[in-house]
Design a protein around this ligand. Structure first.
Ligand code: PNW
Length: 480
């Protein structure tokens, strides 16, 4: 690749870290062992198996609850600097409240954390990756403002139990999926569509929950352990279909990213102005007497503003957007409140995930945009990966990793974005939410028919291992 200053230097900065990731409900299984309570995902898959394309569930999944030593071994085989995993709230706090800590739940994560550290692998913990205790859902879950304190209490328990060993925390994974994916489209748990208002109420509660947890860490734990805390946002990058569509592409970026970032990362805080306008207009058009976007008080704005130590971003894919034609039908794959029609470029390769086609350049543009919006802060890529069917010779996944890592190098070296690390989603095939086990993202293939859930490295695992070892972007065919 030739850049403005000659050939691109393919080495990663010396401090750059490589990791891989998983999430509790997707890998652990053991859904009802010991005193674990059920989560909204346990309830969804049991009550409504048709919600999952292959009618599967995460009852056993990768059985990581029992096979965690093998998981650590895989992380070691790859040479990972860190392993990102999430903690199951109903496994540690069966009542959802901090009144009682499960001994077995606590020990499971103690073992995993200690096992990783023994191998020199840093544990990076997601506090919440979608498995809400069902009894808190019964109180309204993410629509009830009391969730913000319950979440903060739960986070504080984890900081107290594991903060001496865990130095990097993510409060919540992908609030966009938690709020919009749940209350607009009903494809996540709980299966509860709350049109027009649900996603925005959830959106506000998420920001406050995150901020309360961050402040607890900052005040009570940072002086002791000096760790870092952020929230992981997911993003489609939006490209304008034609130059005339740049304004709507920008609004769509604010809708997807800004709605969950502006309050935290900007100096002024609060909602992005373009989103306030969008929701006010859409609410009026639908006959509501006020905007469905809940307001922030000044105290809330100050509570949320600045609650980050770095920016965590999950990136997979890009969309094109244009202004809708007059009278054009729009659905939830579009951005109806913006009157935006969303498309993908038919030339982009597709994957086994319906929402995912491949356009690596989008990642670099998104990183540049994030830096422009939120400043010259640290960026950690907390997810990036490719979905396929079964098979160990996964050339397309190898190419995906290669091309995305190249875009990251360009962002670092050409655009001066401070990207400090990269997380491959995912360590092993797992329960891919409503796609069940049909969409595989793993560096390791998992045999879900074998009682021992055998894990076998794919060609992409060898490739990723080579990159980590060389600390540079080696080519897939390079002998190493
Ligand atoms: C993320 N979409 O989810 C999650 O953090 C992971 O748990 C998941 O396995 C991974 O990406 C792959 O899907 C997403 O529809 C789910 O745009 C859906 C979407 C994006 C990300």
């Amino acid at each position: 690749i030739v850049t403005s200053c000659g050939a691109l230097d393919l080495s990663f900065p010396p401090e750059f870290k490589f990791g891989s990731a998983s999430a509790s409900y997707q890998v652990e299984g053991a859904w009802n062992v010991s005193d674990k309570a059920i989560s909204v995902w346990d309830k969804l898959v049991h009550d409504n198996p048709d919600a999952i394309s292959d009618r599967s569930n995460g009852d056993v999944a990768c059985d990581s609850y029992h096979l965690w030593q093998r998981d650590i071994e895989m992380a070691e085989e790859l040479g990972l600097h860190f392993y990102r995993f999430s903690i199951s709230w109903p496994r540690v706090l069966p009542s959802g409240y901090a009144n009682y800590i499960s001994k077995d739940g606590r020990e499971y994560y103690d073992n995993l954390i200690n096992g990783l550290l023994e191998k020199g692998i840093e544990p990076l913990v997601t506090i919440y990756h979608w498995d809400l205790p069902q009894n808190l859902q019964e109180l309204g879950g993410w629509l009830n403002p009391m969730i913000t304190d319950l979440f903060a209490d739960y986070a504080k328990v984890l900081f107290s139990l594991y903060g001496d060993r865990v130095k990097t925390w993510l409060t919540l994974n992908e609030p966009m999926a938690m709020c919009d994916g749940t209350f607009n489209t009903g494809t996540m748990a709980p299966p509860l569509v709350v049109e027009d208002v649900g996603a925005y109420i959830c959106n506000k509660n998420i920001l406050i929950a995150h901020a309360k947890a961050w402040r607890i860490y900052d005040e009570e734990f940072k002086p002791l352990y000096n760790g870092e805390v952020s929230i992981a946002n997911n993003f489609f990058w939006y490209e304008p279909l034609t130059p005339d569509d740049e304004d709507i592409a920008e609004a769509a970026r604010q809708n997807m990213g800004g709605r969950y970032s502006h309050a935290i990362y900007t100096k002024e805080g609060g909602w992005p102005p373009v989103i306030e306008k969008m929701v006010a207009e859409a609410s009026e058009k639908k006959g509501y007497n006020k905007s469905n976007l809940p307001e922030f008080t000044q105290d809330e704005i100050e509570l949320i503003r600045g609650t980050f130590d770095f920016y965590a971003v999950n990136h997979y894919t890009t969309r094109l957007i244009r202004h809708a034609e007059p009278g054009e039908e729009l659905d939830l794959n579009d951005v109806p409140d913006l009157n935006g029609k969303v498309l993908v470029n038919p030339d982009w390769p597709t994957t086994t995930s319906s929402w995912f086609s491949v356009y690596p350049e989008g990642l670099r543009r998104q990183l540049v945009w994030l830096k422009e919006q939120y400043g010259d802060i640290k960026f950690l890529i907390t997810e990036n990966g490719y979905s396929s069917g079964i098979g160990l010779e996964d050339t397309a996944r190898i190419n995906y990793y290669r091309d995305n890592l190249e875009q990251i190098l360009l962002a670092i070296k050409e655009d001066g974005v401070n990207v400090v690390g990269y997380t491959a989603w995912t360590l092993m095939d797992n329960f891919e939410w409503s796609d069940g086990y049909q969409s595989r993202f793993g560096l390791y293939e998992v045999d879900f028919d074998s009682p021992t859930r055998t894990r076998t490295p794919r060609a992409s695992a060898a490739y990723y291992k080579n990159i980590i070892k060389a600390h540079k972007l080696v080519e897939p065919n390079e002998n190493f």
